[in-house]
Each structure stands twice: as structure tokens, then as C-alpha cells.
Design a binder for this molecule. Structure first.
Ligand code: PHE
Length: 345
């Protein structure tokens, strides 16, 4: 019986074909050829009507057996190929190879420096406090001995929200807020954003300050000087020299601006025979404003100036970050170029 032989012949033929094909593509071609809808098994089955009716059931049964066997052979070969492929992958896998590091975010350099400055003051016993960026005229000016129409208000180009409501131009309003909510002795630092109507190469409309305030009996200028010197040496290194220059702020008296020996040239004013770019040859860089709390400020917050004294200071965080890391352009902080930021990760 021809059809029986042909059917049975499919098995060794597929075995042969399978042995010769070693990839999934070849395997799929064989499957279509043997088991597909127009494949060889189907073609033989299509000739079933040629047989006498009595022989058809038997052949049909045989066809099923053959089909099952072909499928088994096919699956076995496919499993073997899959396993071999996996084994090859495992053999190539090098567990000691360096991986692809995931891209990791980090704090902005300004945030990092601000936190470092606050941490340094914490070790000196200061509390860290914070307050609103939208501030009233009272806290930003009035309580700080800057009455309306006082010429010193021009020192700060104020951004107004509405009449008597401003974006704070400095962190000094936290002096008044702290003194109104606490009793001396007190020592706080207040980090945060401040805003001024100012925008050029060295000014941005928003920047960061850290305010400091200490009030107690018998606090003196010498305490201020000792505190800031210790602070500057903690931030810029023990070789740092500190000098005070007389200055003016409405809320401190006397007032001073503080310079430190230039972080770039070490105070020499020049490096490699050239004038130092950072200190312009002076050997000093200005770093903050400070002074003894003005008695008028104490009066505004209900402290007795005969009873207590205090000092205050305010510093620019971007400025310190620039000096600390040798960053030449203020705009770097605000452009958020990842190549810049990632250097401080
Ligand atoms: N608030 C002043 C400024 O922004 C700095 C300062 C703070 C000066 C505290 C003295 C005391 O320039």
C-alpha cells in the first residue's frame, strides 16, 4: 500500500532533515514542509479518497500516529537547540565584567554647600530654622531698621507681590521672626532662597543665602570674629585668614564685611607670574556681611537692648560654592547642564 509507505517514510525523512538543521529558521522551514497546512503530511492525507472506503479509517489512524511522532521529533530537536543556545550564552557570560552603572541623581551643588554650611554651624550649637520666601514689608524691612523711604532700601532691588508684600530680598527677616518666636539666649542659622530685581553676569534674580543670628548677654564683636573665623576655616581649610572691613547695614551697628585670604592664590595675589583672576591681585575675596544687632532691631522685636546683645551675618551660598570649587560663571548653577551637575554627585 503506497500511501502507508509514504506516511511511514516521513518519519526517517524528518529525522534526517532535523539532524542537518541547526538553527531555528531551518527548523521552522522543516515544520512548514512536513506539518504545514500544505505540507507533505497534508498532501498525503488529501489523497485519502483514492483508497477503498474500507481502508480509510486504518490509514487515518496511522496518519495521526505519524503526525504525533513528527511533532515529537520536531519538539525534541527544538528543545535541544534551545538548550545548546542557552549553554553557549552562559559560557560567554562573565560575572566579573563591570556592569552598566545606573544613572544616579544627586543633590544640586548649591544645596550641598548650603547643607554643609548649616552642618558646620550645627556643630557650633546653632539651630537651623526656615521661613517664608513671600515676606511682609515688616519683616523684610521695617523690623530691620529700614523704615519706608529709607534710602538704604535702594540697596536691594525689591520684587513686589503687592503693596507691603515682597519676595524677601535677603534672609535677614529670619532675624526678626526668630527673635519674636524665641527668647534669648539663641543661636540660629536660616538658609534659603532670596530674590532681587537684578540680572547680569554676576547676579541672578534668585539666589541663596544663609543668615546667622546669636543673641545672649554679653555677646561681643570678638565672639562674632571668633565664630566666623572658625566657620571659614572649617569650610575653606585651616590656612584661611580672615579680615573684617568696616561697612554699613541698617540692622547692624557696627557693621563689617568679611574677606578671606584668596582661595585661588592663597593670598599672594598672583599665581604662575600672573595676576590672580579670583581676587584681582588683592589677595582677599569678600565673603559675607555681618555686624552687631542694632539696638533698634531689638526694640522692634521687644528685646531690651540694655539687657542683651547679639551678632548677625548673612552670606551668599553661590558665592561660597564658586570659591570652594573654582567655578568661574554664576550661570552654571542655574543652567542645569548635567555635565556640570554630575561633577558634584
Ligand atoms: N542681609 C545682608 C545682605 O543681604 C547681609 C547681612 C546679614 C548683613 C546680617 C549683616 C547682618 O546683604
Amino acid at each position: 500500500m503506497d500511501l502507508v509507505k509514504e506516511l511511514e517514510g516521513l518519519i526517517p525523512e524528518l529525522e534526517e532533515g532535523l539532524n542537518q538543521s541547526s538553527d531555528l529558521q531551518g527548523l521552522e522551514a522543516l515544520r512548514v514542509d512536513f506539518l504545514g497546512r500544505k505540507g507533505r503530511l497534508a498532501k498525503i492525507m488529501a489523497r485519502l479518497p483514492e483508497l477503498p472506503a474500507a481502508e480509510r479509517p486504518q490509514l487515518g489512524q496511522l496518519a495521526n500516529t505519524v503526525k504525533q511522532r513528527l511533532t515529537e521529533l520536531f519538539d525534541a530537536r527544538k528543545n535541544a537547540l534551545d538548550a545548546a543556545r542557552e549553554a553557549a550564552l552562559v559560557a560567554r557570560f562573565d560575572a566579573g565584567m563591570p556592569g552598566n552603572m545606573p544613572w544616579k541623581g544627586s543633590l544640586h551643588v548649591v544645596t550641598q554647600v548650603m547643607e554643609e554650611l548649616c552642618a558646620t554651624f550645627r556643630t557650633l550649637g546653632y539651630d537651623v530654622v526656615s521661613g517664608p520666601e513671600v515676606e511682609t514689608d515688616f519683616y523684610n524691612f521695617e523690623a530691620l531698621n529700614l523704615p519706608a523711604d529709607h534710602p538704604a532700601r535702594d540697596m536691594q532691588d525689591t520684587l513686589y507681590i503687592q503693596d507691603k508684600i515682597v519676595l524677601r530680598t535677603h534672609t535677614s527677616p529670619m532675624q526678626a521672626r526668630t527673635m519674636l518666636s524665641r527668647k534669648p539666649p539663641l543661636a540660629v542659622v536660616a538658609p534659603g532662597r532670596v530674590y532681587r530685581r537684578d540680572s547680569d553676569l554676576t547676579h541672578t534674580p534668585m539666589f541663596h543665602q544663609v543668615e546667622g543670628l546669636m543673641v545672649d548677654k554679653h555677646v561681643s564683636m570678638a565672639d562674632l570674629r571668633g565664630t566666623l573665623t572658625a566657620f571659614m576655616r572649617a569650610v575653606f581649610g585651616p590656612q584661611t585668614r580672615v579680615r573684617f572691613r568696616p561697612s554699613f547695614f541698617p540692622f547692624t551697628e557696627p557693621s563689617a564685611e568679611v574677606d578671606i585670604s584668596c582661595v585661588m592664590c592663597g593670598g599672594k595675589g598672583h599665581a604662575h607670574g600672573e595676576t590672580c583672576r579670583v581676587c584681582k591681585g588683592t589677595g582677599w575675596v569678600e565673603i559675607l556681611g555681618c555686624g552687631m544687632v542694632d539696638p533698634n532691631v531689638f526694640v522692634h522685636v521687644g528685646y531690651d537692648p540694655e539687657e542683651v546683645t547679639g551678632f548677625a551675618f548673612g552670606l551668599g551660598v553661590e558665592r561660597i560654592a564658586m570659591l570652594k570649587y573654582g567655578i568661574g560663571d554664576l550661570r552654571m548653577f542655574f543652567e542645569n547642564d548635567v555635565r556640570f551637575l554630575a561633577q558634584f554627585a
